[in-house]
Design a protein around this ligand. Structure first.
Ligand SMILES: *Cc1c(COP(=O)(O)O)cnc(C)c1O
Length: 396
């Protein structure tokens, strides 16, 4: 049996494990055209470093994040000892409900975190305007959107700072890694200082990551994905453990350590193929968006004229939860790379209870209940995609 991964990760060639070391941070910075940037061991680690640097600058403590986002974002805020507030999304949107956001902003707001989900480009400009009025910073969570652009400029550079993730499943992968970026010459040294003080040379952790990256290079291919991705997925589904099936369960411990020259070398060689790979995945996504566009009741999140997002997956919304659940019953676990972005809004994960407030977020809950994702991996062939489309046609 074949198995498509849930997102379009750039497969590594085993040959890329060998060669000169280092150079990834600089190459990734150039790829997005960021004036200042730095590498850390995960996107979450980058977010932590940015938060600590900003907190030291302003003394404020409240961080406002979307109520529908990666649980690691909430865990990072808790890790820093800061206060989390959730802002709902606008109805049927991936962007903030701006009325609610403006009500949340006050003299303790440290940062607001617009999020470029699923490779799409979030509306940062109105958030920036609000943030400036209340003296808050804007941190763009671009973990899923390395390479996405708006009017020719990379995401992550409109706000005060931004970060990308190079975790497995996020496009380009170092197995774990992250890049923070900023255009602000005053902020960059503050983030670098936080990095130098807090990020250790944890040789053991890094050694593990090197082994994991080597294993990833060998096993991230259709012949092995049924074992490394499909088996644990179907086990979680069988148990009814949907948060695990969606990959939403994380340890509250957030490691901070340096990325070795060896892993950086692997990433730099892979990065040289990323532009061509993203052109291929964009072309595939455009073809498939057009096909889904013909299905009544299926809404796919896509780009506006000025936006050029990236396409790890196609994120779509069905008319109601009942139909979404029927589609998932038939497709999740079928080896076709269909899954959920996040299974819940943040207040609805039991394991996050200690660090997430029960803020009101009907639209985030609605999105969690009605949305799903289709892999945009090049390994999901047209026949597999046609099977997905026919299920969607049937249920929607
Ligand atoms: C994955 C992800 C993160 C965290 O990135 P890691 O590299 O896994 O730590 C943050 N925000 C969003 C939206 C993500 O999808």
């Amino acid at each position: 049996m074949r198995e498509a991964p849930p997102t379009a990760g750039l497969p590594l060639s085993p040959l890329e494990l060998f060669g000169a070391r280092g150079g990834f941070a600089r190459a990734a910075q150039d790829y997005v055209g960021a004036p200042y940037a730095g590498l850390a061991n995960s996107g979450t680690a980058c977010f932590v470093l940015i938060l600590i640097a900003l907190h030291r600058l302003s003394g404020r403590r409240t961080v406002v994040v979307p109520a529908y986002t990666c649980p690691l974002v909430a865990l990072a805020v808790a890790h820093c000892g800061l206060r989390l507030r959730l802002c709902d999304l606008a109805a049927d949107s991936l962007d903030f409900d701006m009325t609610m956001l403006s009500g949340l902003c006050d003299e303790d707001t440290l940062a607001i975190v617009p999020t470029h989900l699923a490779g799409r480009v979030a509306h940062v400009a109105p958030v920036l305007l609000l943030a400036r009025e209340c003296g808050a910073f804007v941190i763009e969570d671009a973990a899923q959107s390395f390479g996405a652009r708006q009017d020719g400029q990379s995401v992550g550079l409109e706000g005060d700072a931004g970060f990308f993730s190079f975790a497995a499943g996020k496009g380009l992968s170092l197995y774990e890694g992250g890049l923070w970026i900023t255009h602000d010459p005053a902020l960059a040294p503050a983030i670098e200082r936080a990095h130098d003080e807090l990020v250790s040379r944890d040789g053991w952790q890094e050694f593990r990551r090197c082994l994991e990256l080597a294993a990833y290079a060998l096993l991230y291919r259709p012949a092995f994905l049924p074992w490394v991705y499909g088996v644990p997925l179907r086990r979680a589904l069988k148990k009814g453990d949907l948060p695990s099936a969606a990959g939403d369960v994380f340890s509250p411990k957030i490691p901070l350590h340096r990325v070795s020259g060896w892993r950086q070398g692997v990433g730099r060689r892979a990065l040289s193929r990323l532009r061509a790979f993203q052109e291929q995945t964009t072309a595939q996504a455009e073809r498939r968006l057009a096909m889904l566009g013909h299905l009544p009741g299926v809404w796919v999140f896509r780009d506006k004229e000025s936006e050029k997002g990236v396409w790890p997956c196609l994120m779509l919304r069905l008319p109601d939860q009942h139909r979404r659940d029927r589609a998932l019953d038939m497709l999740w676990g079928a080896g076709l790379g269909v899954t959920c972005m996040f299974i819940h809004a943040l207040p609805d994960y039991d394991y996050l209870r200690p660090c997430v407030p029960q803020d009101v977020c009907p639209n985030a809950r609605d999105l969690a209940a009605r949305s799903m994702t289709i892999s945009n991996s090049l390994w999901l062939d047209d026949a597999g995609f046609a099977r997905i489309a026919s299920v969607l046609e049937q249920v929607a």
